[in-house]
Design a binder for this molecule. Structure first.
Ligand code: BAL
Ligand code: ZN
Length: 881
């Protein structure tokens, strides 16, 4: 596909003010009449031909101002429709198209999922419904009439508010929806089907009574209340935290089972992957509940950050996504535990975004070029994008930040905006020049901040010297220019060696934050009697790698004494990472013990558990969890041997388990829920379960026999999916009959529950054993598996490629071959999901030479395959560049 550049942006030559759609739903022959009120754009080129996007459409009729068009006036091709000499005044174009929803396996545009008609239009799916100016800066007011067979689709939903409904002949009926808010086509949606509904009402701070409803597969209504409640909590929170009220009379959420993404923020009609709606104690884990809450909130928050203010072009995707992720993270932090949530956010960033930023798919948060926009819904745009917004708040302070948000919403409401518009609002309210800060949006790669500290006992000063180094990232999506210093907020403090904060002053630190604006910077604290331990980047105040030579003793001080929970957790992670990288680099023989560093870590964790585990189990569970393979691999950086990392992790887990076993067993008992207590998905209950299960995991790592016994009992006797799945995950790491028995029993119990079987697929795909490739191939033939359903593919093959590093990176290349074959098999059917699966190869240059050669061969074989989709072609091209 050709490259599209931000620098080439031009406004549309034409605008569309109103869209009237008449959609007659039919399984294979759906007809759409679109009546478009167009006019020349004063900012465009006068007299230019009108070029409407179209994809996979059959054009049945066309009329201009109600008249048939002259022969030759209109031309259609594979990319769309051209009207050669449009009137130089407002005009109306009517188009009748036909599409086949049942044959739409790409799940873009109008398709059927389990017999339910639904749509997905972001980024460019609307052009698969009718010919259109399918770009986010063309905003129109939509009225949609939906007609369908009454039995097949008793529920008919559209954007905006319902206007009228009624019979359309003997067997058919219709509904009309009107959305008064101008929107781009990517926010269009409709749904038609047989659906169960649960509803509630919410009165906004402006006094508007809103009917809120969640629609699910009939019979699953009892799994929807958590999502419905999350909507209402999100509505209330956005009013409190950002002053944003909802603006329609209805807000609908619909769950469908075949969906390329997590969910979609269509105006007033959010369509969800059912994985992020349906929850019951027996089918959903605590993580599922937390994800549902977060994604429901995320899509709802888009109503302002994305819908009321949308993006001028797709390069500005972070404007809505990074900002909305920040907003949903804040919501979850307020609804749950802020420190625990912050740690979870950073773990995701490090596991997904840092590797992306270090590999061939690296791109700035606002890319400068793309070939296929669907490949830019990335951890960088989303998660790093959210970190930029968080840094802005840290730099400006919460009040000024809020004033900036208010101004941005007020000024850009109803428009398609840019990152510059966003920053201009904050510059205005703060009086600051944000030009240098804006580099965060333009420069790819993870900065490294090196710090060294020096105590002068005579002068009683403590000096910290900071230096930032920025990687030069020369990928297609990145300018490749010499990077300029970033504005890096460093939240910091000093901890006395014996504990407690040091009451020192520094002129360079305000409200606990030093801003590193140049390549180098210095902080001098005065009145420091004894050498302190610096606590840097508290709360992970910037998305950087910190190079700071703390010794184990200093880390232990921070773990035990720092007032910042994030850095306490970070201290434990740092201790573990030192052990893991040293041992992995040395080849990590399995029989080795973890050594003195491991012993020090075990002792510190023991004291920590004694003092704090019961008070904050969720936090304790995170402290107990050592860094994952990915993170160790990142730390090592080059010539990575995934087997050595895995052995090092196993050894350390075994060591920690042995050292902590008596405590862990006691904790498990102490934290057990009373058997009669009803299940609650709240954060406190989830935290207890998390710690009990982290303890089980370590006990099993140390003593497989005890672990098997405990896990088998827990798996069979669990009263909720969190405990059952955690026990099964523990068993999955213990080869033997017990594992296979438990896996079989689980599959038998949940054979009619696709979302639960996904967990079962996923666990097996992650078994770090040589037989897993064959196991995955076998599971691909399981009756519950289908290449047509994105959740199934992600659970089985996605989990294998992303979460099973030893088997994906098998020395003989069998793991690469499995994923490459699946990508090719999927590509013809669903290119978006195929391309996403292929991104697992993006770290291929980091692995050692033998594996690297195998990975490259697999990528080259894909690249040489005929008929690749633009999606896969783009990823494979960039991966090999
Ligand atoms: N806009 C695509 C799905 C999401 O990020 O909300
Ligand atoms: Zn989003």
């Amino acid at each position: 596909p050709p490259v599209i550049r931000l620098a080439d942006y031009r406004p549309s030559d034409y605008l569309i003010d109103r869209v009237d759609l008449d959609v007659r739903l039919h399984p294979t022959e759906t007809r759409i009449t679109a009546t478009l009120a167009l006019r020349p754009n004063p900012a465009g080129e006068a007299g230019a031909p009108l070029v409407l996007d179209g994809d996979d459409l059959t054009l049945l009729a066309v009329a201009l101002d109600g008249q048939p068009t002259a022969p030759g006036a209109i031309e259609t091709g594979p990319r769309g429709l051209t009207l050669h000499q449009p009137p130089g005044r407002p005009f109306v174009l009517s188009l009748e198209t036909q599409v086949n929803p049942s044959a739409n396996t790409k799940l873009m545009g109008l398709y059927r999922s389990n017999g339910v008609y639904c749509t997905q239009c972001e980024a460019d799916g609307f052009r698969r419904i009718t010919y259109f100016l399918d770009r986010p800066d063309v905003l129109a007011v939509y009225t949609t009439r939906i007609e369908a067979d009454r039995t097949e689709a008793p529920v008919l939903l559209g954007n905006g508010n319902p206007v009228e409904s009624g019979a359309a002949g003997a067997d058919r009926h219709y509904a009309v929806w009107h959305d008064p808010h101008p929107k781009p086509a990517y926010l269009f949606a409709l749904v038609g089907g047989r659906l169960g509904r649960i509803g509630s009402s919410f009165t906004t701070m402006e006094g508007r009574a809103v009917e809120v409803a969640v629609y699910v597969e009939p019979g699953k209504e009892d799994r929807a209340p958590y999502a419905l409640d999350a909507v209402r909590r999100a509505m209330a929170w956005d009013e409190r935290a950002f002053g944003r009220a909802y603006d329609l009379d209805v807000f609908n959420v619909v769950a469908v089972s075949d969906f390329n993404m997590g969910a979609m923020e269509n105006k007033g009609l959010n369509i969800f992957n059912d994985k992020y709606v349906l929850a019951s104690p027996d089918t959903a884990t605590d993580t599922d509940y937390a994800n549902i809450e977060a994604i429901i909130a995320h899509e709802y928050f888009h109503n302002w950050s994305g819908n009321r203010v949308t993006c001028r072009d797709w390069f500005q995707l972070c404007l809505k996504e990074g900002l909305t992720v920040f907003r949903d993270q804040e919501f979850s932090s307020d609804e749950r535990s802020r420190p625990v949530h912050r740690i979870a956010e950073v773990r995701t960033l490090r596991a997904r975004q840092f590797p992306e930023d270090a590999g061939p798919l690296a791109h700035p948060v606002r890319p400068q070029a793309y070939r296929e926009i669907n490949n830019f819904y990335t951890a960088t745009v989303y998660e790093k994008g959210a970190e930029i917004v968080r840094m802005l708040r840290t730099l400006l302070g919460p009040e000024t930040f809020r004033a900036g948000m208010d101004l941005f919403f007020a000024r850009c409401d109803g428009t398609a905006a840019t990152v510059e518009d966003f920053l201009a609002a904050f510059a205005q309210v703060s009086g600051r020049d944000l030009t240098a800060f804006a580099r965060w949006y333009a420069q790819a790669g993870t900065p490294v901040v090196s710090v060294s500290g020096r105590h002068d006992p005579l002068a009683r000063t403590y000096t910290l010297d900071f230096h930032q180094s920025l990687p030069v990232v020369a990928t297609e999506a990145s300018a490749g220019a010499e990077p300029q210093p970033l504005v890096i907020p460093v939240a910091l403090g000093l901890v006395a060696p014996g504990g407690g904060a040091v009451a020192a002053r520094s002129e360079q630190v305000r409200d606990g934050v030093f801003v590193l604006e140049q390549e180098s910077g210095r902080v001098v604290y005065t009145d420091v009697a004894e050498a302190p331990v610096p606590s840097l980047f508290r709360g992970f105040s910037a998305p950087v790698k910190l190079a700071h030579a703390l010794d184990a003793g200093q880390r232990l001080t921070l773990l035990a004494r720092d007032s910042d929970p994030f850095n306490r957790w970070q201290a434990a992670q740092g201790l573990a990472l030192d052990v893991l990288t040293a041992r992995a680099r040395a080849g990590a023989p399995l029989e080795d013990e973890a050594g003195a560093d491991g012993a020090a870590l075990a002792e510190a964790l023991g004291s920590f558990l004694d003092a704090e585990a019961v008070a904050d189990p969720a936090f304790a569970a995170l402290v107990l969890t050592i860094p994952g393979d990915q993170e160790v691999a990142q730390e090592i950086g080059a010539n990575v041997d995934p087997d050595a990392i895995h052995r090092a992790r196993r050894t350390l887990r075994r060591h920690l388990g042995r050292a902590l076993a008596p405590r862990l067993v006691a904790l498990r008992e102490r934290l057990a829920d009373p058997t009669e207590a009803p299940f609650s998905p709240d954060a406190a209950s989830a935290g207890r379960r998390a710690l009990r299960n982290a303890a089980l995991d370590l006990v099993a790592a140390a003593d497989p026999e005890t672990g098997t016994r405990l896990a088998e009992a827990q798996c069979a006797g669990a009263t909720n999916m969190t405990d059952r799945l955690a026990a099964l995950a523990t068993l999955a790491l213990l080869p033997g009959e017990a594992r296979e028995r438990a896996l079989q029993a689980f599959a038998q119990t949940y054979r009619a529950e696709p979302l639960v079987l996904d967990k079962w697929f996923s666990l097996q795909a992650m078994i770090p054993e040589a037989g897993t490739v064959e196991r995955v191939r076998g599971l691909m033939r399981h009756e519950g598996f289908s290449l047509g359903n994105p959740n199934r593919v992600r659970s089985l093959v996605g989990s294998f490629s992303l979460n099973n590093p030893t088997q994906f990176h098998r020395e003989d290349g069998a793991g690469y071959d499995l994923v490459a074959e699946t990508v090719l098999a999927l590509d013809a059917r669903n290119p978006q999901v195929a391309a996403r699966l292929l991104t697992a190869f993006s770290t291929w240059r980091m692995v050692e030479a033998k594996r690297r050669a195998r990975a490259e061969a697999a990528l080259r074989a894909i690249a040489a395959s005929p008929g690749l989709s633009p999606d896969v072609g783009d990823i494979v091209g960039r991966s090999l560049a």
